[in-house]
Ligand binder design. Structure first.
Ligand code: NDP
Length: 279
């Protein structure tokens, strides 16, 4: 068996085009502000591509760059200003923040209605309760990839590998909402291979290159690889041994070109959702 490749670039392109079409029909321009503290090179690259994608979709995007030595108080004041600004629909504070700033405090400062990352406890709680919420972009993107690939979810078993608040936990909530029987695995899971073998769908988000081996995958299972790991030679690898997995899975996402492009596309969609809801 050779797995069908789920092309995240194509699905993301289509979603971005739909968002742009939607924005063009609105009587206002949704506004997105990204706050970047410090000059972490990876964050700087992400922020630029978010800016570009938002502008291409007709969203009024701007980035506020603050020096690495910005105090927590100063950042809170900045966010309070954005909370109060009626032209701002979405606020995203790029993580990680410098170590002297408590990320959780900052996340909790953002108006939940403008929390396009979906990290505010109100949105986290609403999602966990199965209520409408602003949903974290990466797991939201995974659900769209599964839908686009026509993967039947209802009644199936999924293994979510990783329990972070950014990916694993919201992923499990979304799958549960789609009537999937969800198992969550993490670094203390005893027999990860056995857990994987029971799954119809595996979502790998551990941040460990090639952790999931080909023979851990049930024949025909769907494998979504969220992992982005930079190897010593500079190349990118997912959490799944793609070359092995392709002979076992029914459908699989590559890295790069799988989940990655969906994250920004879902951020744009969240910005429009936040704008419509608030205005
Ligand atoms: P975290 O480091 O916050 O969480 C990793 C999770 O994986 C933890 O729950 C950890 O368990 C678990 N884990 C780590 N090692 C193992 C192991 N050997 N066996 C089983 N479980 C393990 O990472 P994130 O959730 O933020 O990100 C995960 C990956 O997804 C990263 O590669 C990241 O780069 C990528 N990512 C990709 C995005 C995209 O747009 N495609 C967006 C966000 C992230 P424990 O809780 O016990 O420590």
């Amino acid at each position: 068996m050779t797995a069908r490749i789920i092309d995240g670039k194509l699905v993301a392109q289509a979603l971005r085009a739909r968002v742009a079409e939607h924005v063009a029909t609105l009587p206002f321009r949704p506004g997105l502000v990204v706050v970047l503290v410090g000059d972490d090179p990876a964050s700087t690259v992400y922020v630029k591509s978010k800016d570009r994608a938002a502008a291409a979709a007709g969203i009024a995007a701007r980035t506020i760059r603050l020096p690495a030595e910005t105090t927590e108080e100063a950042l809170i004041t900045q966010i309070a200003r954005l909370n109060a600004d009626p032209a701002v629909d979405g606020i995203l504070v790029q993580l990680p923040l410098p170590s002297h700033i408590a990320s959780q405090t900052i996340v909790e400062t953002i108006d939940p209605q403008k929390d396009v990352d979906g990290f505010h406890p109100l949105n986290v709680g609403r999602l966990a309760m199965g209520q409408p919420a602003l949903v974290p972009c990466t797991p939201a993107g995974v659900m769209k990839l599964l839908a686009d690939a026509h993967i039947e979810l209802e009644g199936t078993r999924a293994l979510v590998l990783g329990r972070s608040t950014i990916v694993g936990r919201p992923m499990a909530s979304l799958l549960l909402g789609a009537n999937v029987t969800v198992t969550m695995a993490h670094s203390r899971t005893r027999d990860l291979a056995a857990e994987c073998r029971r799954a119809d769908v595996i979502v790998a988000a551990a941040g460990r290159p090639r952790l999931v081996r080909g023979d851990w995958i049930a024949p025909g299972a769907t494998v979504i690889d969220v992992g982005i790991n930079r190897l010593n030679d500079g190349s990118l690898a997912g959490d799944v041994a793609f070359d092995e997995a392709i002979g076992h899975a029914g459908a699989i996402t590559p890295v790069p070109g799988g989940v990655g492009p969906m994250t920004i596309a879902c951020l744009l969609e969240n910005t429009v959702t936040a704008a419509l809801h608030r205005r």
